[in-house]
Ligand binder design. Structure first.
Ligand code: NAD
Length: 416
């Protein structure tokens, strides 16, 4: 520790302290000069120490661009999709900075990632809220990012109908903060997490990227607004922009390192896979299927379920193909719709539990049928879904759920 140990403080009289290597007992004037000198020395040493410490951004690997290494800022990297994406980016030798306010993510997921990639300069975690423009700008000024993958968001359709302002703030306003920081600090590649909810309830299936976007809930509207200003900004800049509109994401890391662990208080808004697993684990008494009178083959909603491993692969391909001054907009789905009833059957088989199902009225903000036409992303990015066996994806996720009945433990558990 740079010689601080050599300066020892010792009590000398009841009134004053001195340092053993120095004599401060002469005249008052020289006493003052000595203290001044000492203070100066300590200050200089502190600066040297801080500058040499691994976390100091001035000299850390994270603060400078390195040829051949892409430093990606992953917002929301402590969350479900962001943590899986970080794992893949690190596996692909990228450098990653996660920024997350842990409002919904888990520090335990970051710990898993750090254990997998402990080498200096691979992964850093920064606890910050993207709504805090000052903090975000500081992060951008202290780190040399090559690209941003902006996952961070609140992301529940039902919740968005109950707390619309929260959604516009967290999604729309915060994306503006991120984009402004990118522009101010010359970061030129953005991959944006969008959603099929921006399409609303189109008349024609499957949904292509040309399908009109008429969102019907605040979540979809907030994401669409973000897309709009990203596109407007891209017309005036040479930023490389990729907008990925995900369909319904399921599954988890096939090697069992990461999983989906939403907060218990979000269960009521929860996604179908979480609800199925909770029912299979006995945390919930059964499943509540909301709406059986939709215009679909069996009356329940139809969705396009995309495995998180495939989704992450789409991001990696989008990052590789991102081109300055160009925008790519892609649906990320399997192209195949599955009804809620089909999903529940697959979940029963994957878990081996005969989950009790209760059929209820429709939920506000839901739409009947949504599935993608993923041909554009295949044509342009050579991406196609590989993990299309619903039961298999659920079996993988179920293995993680069984081993992690409390998710990652306390979301704020001091893991690093
Ligand atoms: N899960 C899906 O089925 C799905 C479908 C379509 C689109 N998406 C989009 O994918 C992205 C990731 O979703 P997810 O399922 O991983 O959600 P998640 O809740 O698991 O992760 C979101 C992460 O963002 C963080 N976060 C939220 N607000 C923040 C803020 N103000 N500052 C910093 N961090 C913040 C949370 O703490 C969390 O770690 C979201 O943008 C979502 O809209 C998800």
């Amino acid at each position: 520790m740079l010689g601080l140990g050599r300066i020892r403080a010792q009590p000398r009289t009841s009134r004053s302290w001195s340092f053993s290597e120095m004599d401060f007992d002469s005249k008052r004037k020289s006493n003052f000069a000595g203290k001044l000198l000492l203070a100066t020395c300590l200050t200089v040493m502190c600066i040297i120490m801080i500058r040499h410490s691994p976390g100091f951004s001035g000299l850390s690997e994270f603060s400078r661009h390195e040829p051949g290494v892409t430093h990606v800022l992953v917002t929301g990297g402590a969350g479900y999709i962001g943590s899986h994406a970080t794992l893949r980016l690190l596996k692909d030798s990228h450098r990653v900075t996660i920024v997350d306010n842990l409002s919904r993510g888990n520090l335990g997921a970051v710990k898993v990632l750090q254990e997998q990639f402990p080498e200096p300069g691979r992964l850093q975690f920064i606890y910050a809220d993207l709504g805090d423009a000052k903090a975000v700008n500081k992060i951008f000024s202290e780190n040399a990012f090559d690209a941003v993958i902006h996952f961070a968001a609140v992301a529940y359709v039902g919740e968005s109908t109950q707390e619309p302002l929260r959604y516009y703030h967290n999604i729309t306003a915060n994306t503006l903060v991120v984009l402004e920081a990118m522009a101010a600090h010359g970061v030129k590649t953005l991959i944006y997490s969008s959603t099929c909810a921006t399409y609303g309830e189109p008349e024609k299936m499957p949904i292509t990227e040309e399908t009109p976007q008429v969102p019907i809930n605040p979540y979809g509207k907030a994401k669409k607004m973000s897309e709009d200003f990203i596109l407007d900004f891209s017309k005036t800049s040479d930023m490389a922009v990729m907008i990925l509109r995900y369909f319904n994401v399921i599954g988890s890391d096939p090697n069992g390192r990461l999983g989906e662990a939403p907060r218990p208080e979000l269960r009521e808004h929860g996604r179908i896979s979480g609800a199925c697993f909770d029912a299979a684990l006995g945390i919930l008494p059964g499943l509540k299927v909301k709406g059986t009178d939709y215009k679909t083959a069996d009356g329940t909603c139809v969705r396009d379920y995309i495995d998180v491993t495939d989704l992450v692969d789409a991001h990696v391909k989008a990052l590789a193909k991102a081109t300055p001054g160009k925008v790519g907009i892609y649906n990320v789905g399997t192209g195949k719709g599955r009804s809620v009833k089909e999903f529940v059957d697959a979940c029963k088989k994957a878990t081996g539990v005969d989950i009790k199902v209760e059929y209820l009225d429709r939920r506000p903000g839901d739409y009947a049928e949504v599935f993608s036409d993923p041909s554009k992303i295949y044509r342009e990015l050579n991406w196609t879904a590989q993990y299309t066996d619903l039961e298999q994806s659920l079996r993988t996720a179920w293995r993680w759920q069984q081993k992690h009945r409390n998710g990652y433990g306390s979301p704020l558990a001091m893991a690093i």
